[in-house]
Design a protein around this ligand. Structure first.
Ligand code: 0X9
Ligand code: ZN
Length: 441
């Protein structure tokens, strides 16, 4: 059985992706004027098939946009007319995708195949398929069954289901009973592969170190219960392995429009339908027809409804994304309103996380923290605003954008998974220590 899994994984890796992005180029453009941001925004709306904004237009920030091969000339003309400076970061996106797939294949070939699914030999330094992630989740629950529970959200689509872990270690002296919940979610955007890889890495590390009585791990797991969804957007993620490496949204069919997908990070019931989310079902930031109308977001909300019914306190909510190296606090839905009343605490805890992350690896460019709308862009119906203002009511709710700063973007090489996972591990400890010391009870 294991051998069949391994062979299947190899076939998937070698046959995936086709040539969808041959000749596509990734541009980095300096946008300094509001008017240029507006023009780029409009250009994107009018040419959504040709332009994929990897980061969004905000004056004062570089904007990364992937331009399809037959639109490159026209796009360069627009840039020239507006006198906008730019550099081409990837001259052929397909080459970068192929390189990633080849490296992944080589890494797998070099290993004893029977090890792929064994937890003790689980290789955190490569990206994993949907099946492997599911297997890992089940294996973790089995290995640490005395305090880790596997739970499902009761949703399957073509056999795929969202699995989650509850890590509830015995409380340390001074811990609340029950302990406050810390929620971590990976893979809401399917092309951001480093997100589930990181969540899995630091989860595994917390558990291993806890068993070794490491004081940091014992303190963290002894003070908080962790609820972990390693991979939320299972269908989308599977699709990035089989068909389109750069797929972002869910795989829900939008009947009557002939296109598929909702941006799950625009579909939450917090300020749903506002700015920075599209009502157009074929947009990659489509908000859905109504809030929570995708099984993934609904599953999350059901989970928090249940926690609420059981009077559980969710203290921290983090949705892990890539890329840009940012720790973003609420709000993201509107730049013109005051930040939430908890903003000082939120920023201080995010600062503790950023400090720990930057001290771990001194990653180029560092991690920056701040209020979402100050350092990124406006978007509504996002998980971060939901985590704070809707069902979870977590005082500390964030979007974390992992590595890198744009050299590889969503196509981050696998050799950066472990360093990213490590800095995130210490980032989580830094944040939870701050909360424990300043705002636990
Ligand atoms: O646009 C998103 O959903 C997130 N960025 S990503 O490149 N991973 O897609 C950020 C959303 C949260 N924050 C703000 N918009 N302020
Ligand atoms: Zn994302």
């Amino acid at each position: 059985m294991k051998l069949i899994f391994c062979l299947l994984a190899l076939i998937v890796v070698s046959s995936a992706f086709g040539e969808l992005y041959r000749g596509h180029q990734l541009f980095r453009i300096e946008i300094n004027e509001e008017e240029d941001a507006h023009i780029m925004h409009k250009l994107g709306e009018a040419n959504s098939e040709m332009l994929d904004f990897w980061t969004v237009t905000v004056p004062g920030r570089p904007m990364d946009v992937m331009v399809s091969s037959d639109f490159v000339d026209e796009f360069v003309n627009v840039l020239a007319k507006r006198k906008l400076s730019y550099e081409v970061i990837m001259t052929d996106v397909q080459d970068v995708i192929d390189k990633e797939a080849m490296e992944s294949r080589k890494a797998r070939e070099g290993r004893k195949k029977r090890d792929i699914m064994a937890l003790e030999d689980f290789d955190y330094s490569i990206y994993h398929t949907y099946d492997e992630i599911q297997q890992w989740t089940r294996d973790i629950a089995a290995e640490y069954s005395s305090f880790v529970t596997l739970f499902t959200f009761g949703y399957t689509f073509e056999g795929r289901e969202i699995l989650a872990l509850e890590i509830a270690a015995p409380g340390e002296p001074g811990a609340s009973d029950p302990k406050p919940v810390v929620y971590f979610e990976g893979g809401i955007h399917s092309r951001e592969w480093v997100s589930p890889a990181t969540v899995m890495y630091f989860t595994g590390k917390f558990l291993r170190r806890y068993m070794e009585s490491d004081p940091e791990a014992v303190r963290t797991l002894g003070m908080f219960d962790l609820h972990i969804v390693p991979l939320l957007n299972c269908d989308g993620y599977n699709y990035t392995w089989t068909s389109n490496r750069l797929w972002r949204t869910s795989r829900k069919l939008n009947p009557d429009f002939g296109c598929i997908g909702t941006d799950l990070n625009r579909n939450f019931n917090a300020f749903w339908g506002g700015n920075g989310a599209s009502p157009w079902p074929c947009s990659i930031i489509f908000r859905g027809f109504t809030d929570l109308d995708n099984v993934e977001t609904q599953a999350i909300d059901n989970h928090f409804q249940k926690l609420k019914e059981n009077n559980r306190v969710t203290k921290v909510f983090i949705d892990w994304h890539s890329y840009s190296q940012l720790i973003l606090a609420p709000w993201s839905y509107d730049a013109d309103i005051d930040p939430p009343i908890d903003t000082d605490k939120q920023i201080a805890a995010a600062g503790a996380m950023a400090k720990a992350m930057n001290e771990t690896n001194n990653v180029p460019g560092g991690y920056i923290h701040g209020v979402g709308t100050d350092i990124l862009y406006v978007s509504s119906g996002t998980s971060k605003d939901y985590g704070y203002a809707s069902t979870p009511q977590a005082t500390y709710s964030y979007t974390v954008e992992l590595r890198d700063k744009g050299q590889f973007g969503f196509l981050l090489p696998a050799n950066q998974i472990i360093p990213t996972g490590n800095e995130s591990y210490y980032g989580v400890i830094g944040m939870l220590d701050w909360i424990y010391e300043n705002d636990y009870n």
